[in-house]
Design a protein around this ligand. Structure first.
Ligand SMILES: [Zn+2]
Length: 386
């Protein structure tokens, strides 16, 4: 692969997401080699190929912090489809990966797929046999036998959790995922399905091999238990209280926001009437909780939870709930990469990192809806769409 120079009106560069005007970057062997401030005055022989993106804004490739490859909310009865056979789920995963990549998602964090579909696809993508985001995977999501988790598998007692944790680790997962609570329609009493002992075992197994843990956790006692057990990342947090915001902040844990499941009415019509009504009723509570988590300064990533091609909309919701544009952009790029422990590889436009890039019509630091106007996608320096 030769060298490529990409020019753009604006490049949002570095860990600080600083907007550089009339800038350019040099790609060598799939990596960002150098950034230039004055694109107009560069020598013409600097690179083998020059791509001039004109008035576009170049941002780091987006990272979906909460995805499921074989869960596709765009389909009818998408939850029932989680019982499909392995081949069917794998075919679906290949399709959703393609769709996500062209929408600008160059990396996806997978929070549980059955049959190790995510582990298989991570390898196939790495070897170039399938096209899609680079994957950060958790393998089999672990839930309690009486608890929530359409994509998780049932477990009872610490030793069953330990067994699957170890099998996940043996398969080479990047982190472990457990399910503590239901999703929406969960108040006034938020059930929690895992015991502290079960949580402790999972954290212990993860730490013993230096990987992290994530928990599907809406709120309630379950959230307190997760923090106490040392879970690194809390997913969803729809019902987090002000006191819990303080606890999570002080414990320096990550949260991942997946706002559509509470805020997107279209999606709610896909759920049972009971869940739909409950959610509509609780929308106000959830918005207030999420807003307080945002103003409380929790470090966060943003995820779609299987709403493929929907990351830009999730980002829009988080802006609407009070986050500033830069932290929202960070939540799908720089900070998302930190959350996934891959910031030495991707997540920002920095020399030495992979040339995972997205060109937009408009600057998301000024108008977050620009994230929906993807005009080009590059992954490891390869042009995916343009
Ligand atoms: Zn999920």
């Amino acid at each position: 692969m030769g060298t490529t120079l990409i020019k753009a009106k604006t490049i949002i560069a570095g860990q600080e997401l600083t907007a550089k005007e009339n800038a350019a970057l040099l790609i060598d062997n799939g990596k960002i080699k150098e950034l230039y401030n004055d694109a107009a005055n560069l020598p013409s022989n600097l690179a083998d190929e020059v791509i001039d993106l004109g008035d576009k804004t170049l941002i780091p490739g987006m990272i979906d912090c909460h995805n499921h490859l074989a869960l596709d909310t765009r389909l009818e009865n998408h939850l029932v489809k989680m019982n499909d056979c392995e081949a069917e789920q794998t075919i679906r995963a290949i399709k959703t990966m393609k769709d996500d990549l062209v929408s600008g998602v160059t990396t996806s964090r997978c929070l549980g797929d059955r049959f190790y579909v995510d582990v298989t696809c991570r390898q196939a993508q790495k070897e170039g046999r399938i096209t899609g985001p680079k994957l950060v995977v958790s393998g089999i999501g672990m839930r309690a036998s009486h608890g929530h988790g359409y994509v998780g598998m049932p477990h009872n007692g610490p030793e069953e959790f330990r067994k699957t944790a170890r099998e996940n680790i043996a398969r080479g997962v990047d982190f472990l995922k457990v399910f503590m609570t239901k999703v929406i329609n969960a108040t006034p009493y938020i059930y929690h399905f895992l015991t502290p002992e079960e949580l402790n075992v999972v954290v212990q197994e993860a730490r013993s091999v230096g990987i992290s843990t994530a928990c599907h956790c809406s709120g309630g006692q379950g959230l307190d238990d997760c923090v106490k057990a040392g879970i690194d990342c809390l997913e969803h947090v729809y019902y987090i209280t002000e006191k819990q915001v303080e606890t999570v902040y002080n414990a320096d844990r990550w949260v991942v926001y997946t706002p559509s499941y509470a805020l997107n009415d279209e999606l709610l019509f896909k759920f049972s009437p009971q869940d739909r009504e409950g959610s509509l009723r609780e929308k106000e509570i959830i918005c207030s909780c999420l807003s307080k988590a945002i103003s409380g300064g929790l470090k966060f990533g943003i995820g779609t939870d299987g709403i493929h091609q929907g990351l830009a909309q999730e980002a829009q919701y988080i802006c609407d709930l009070g986050a500033d544009n830069k932290s929202v952009l960070a939540g799908i790029t720089v900070n998302a990469a930190k959350l996934c422990s891959i910031s030495d590889k991707t997540g920002s436009i920095t020399a030495g990192l992979a040339a995972d890039l997205v060109a937009l019509d408009g600057n998301p630091l000024e108008d977050i809806s620009a994230l929906k106007k993807v005009s080009a996608v590059f992954q490891d320096g390869n042009t995916i769409i343009r």
